[in-house]
Design a protein around this ligand. Structure first.
Ligand SMILES: Nc1ncnc2c1ncn2[C@@H]1O[C@H](COP(=O)(O)OP(=O)(O)OP(=O)(O)O)[C@@H](O)[C@H]1O
Ligand SMILES: Cc1ncc(C[n+]2csc(CCO)c2C)c(N)n1
Length: 282
């Protein structure tokens, strides 16, 4: 019954305790936002997110997300991106020392995209290399999420969040595969982040309260039924709210909606994707 569902606060990306969203601010104003994050209680010790980097151009705030992550994984060719692009994202630092400092904890995938020199480089610096080439039925992102799920101690799981960069804006089959992973692991808080938007799954099992940090995100947003039609979805805080409204492909899906309040509430009888734009100031 919807009325009895537990409320799931969206604690992905807000100021105190929701620092990843603050870190996304780095795309517009790095100094201010990191200050803000520290004021919000940010320290390297209280992070509980894993960062997964895919084989796509790295968003410009990747170094900030990296610095505060508890575990950093590259999905196969994602390691090439860290090797090639981290020095470019930090142009004022010595490229050799950037490479030596930004070493993934884990590289996992079917290993058909990572270059040998990159694999050897990170293996020598202590990365755990997991060759899962025998599995040709799940994507490298899926393999990495499984790794996190199997590795994080149970005590940390309730707060676990996985941030994924490089999931959007590329090949459509890959993008759909990446979104499918949100559905494969609907019990884990996974956020796909790009320079343009965030995407996460809102499972039907919860009522959701999404705290908007309007200095970094919005106003454009969307709610999209993903696995099946939503017979009834109800929202508050949006320009075009739903009121026990049906949503389905071939009918209504809520795109080009706008955030109107700091807190958005969502309930639905089927899983929905929530997406919101990331602000650009440059
Ligand atoms: N163009 C893209 N768009 C979106 N996601 C991508 C894209 N390319 C790669 N990825 C993501 O990065 C992960 C690792 O990429 P990589 O190129 O190593 O995968 P792959 O399995 O070798 O891909 P391919 O299907 O091209 O053989 C993929 O599992 C996917 O999640
Ligand atoms: C029905 C079906 N379609 C596509 C693939 C191919 N595939 C899906 S994930 C993956 C691994 C990519 O690293 C590969 C090759 C499959 N196995 N089954």
């Amino acid at each position: 019954m919807l009325g009895k569902q537990e409320i799931q606060e969206n604690r992905i990306l807000c100021a105190s305790g929701n620092e990843e969203r603050v870190l996304v601010l780095a795309s517009s104003n790095r100094e201010l936002n990191l200050d803000e994050a520290v004021k919000g209680g940010l320290s390297k010790d209280n992070k509980n997110y894993a960062l997964i980097l895919l084989n796509q151009p790295l968003p410009k705030f990747t170094p900030q997300l990296w610095d505060y992550a508890k575990l950093r994984l590259c999905a196969d060719g994602g390691a090439n991106r860290v090797f090639d692009e981290m020095p470019l994202l930090l142009p004022r630092q010595d490229p050799v020392s950037v490479r030596d400092r930004y070493v993934p904890d884990v590289i996992k995938g079917d290993m058909d995209s990572i270059r040998t020199e990159v694999k050897d480089f990170y293996a020598n610096l202590g990365s755990k290399i997991v060759d899962a080439s025998e599995d040709q039925d799940t994507t490298d992102l899926h393999k990495c999420i499984s790794f996190v799920q199997d590795t994080i101690p149970d005590v940390d799981k309730p707060d676990l969040c996985i941030l994924v960069v490089g999931a959007l804006g590329g090949r459509f089959d890959h993008e759909m595969g990446n979104i499918n992973v949100l559905c494969n692991f609907s019990n884990i808080r996974i956020v796909l982040i790009s320079d343009d938007c965030l995407i996460q799954l809102l499972p039907r099992t919860h009522h959701h309260e999404i705290n908007i940090l309007s200095s970094v995100e919005g106003p454009h947003c969307g709610l999209i039924p993903i696995a099946t039609a939503s017979a009834k979805a109800t929202t508050s805080g949006l320009e075009w709210n739903l009121d026990d409204t049906e949503m389905k492909f071939g009918g209504l899906v809520s795109t080009s909606n706008m955030v109107r309040e700091e807190k958005i509430t969502v309930k639905s009888d089927s899983d929905l994707l929530w997406t919101i734009s990331v602000r650009r100031t440059t």
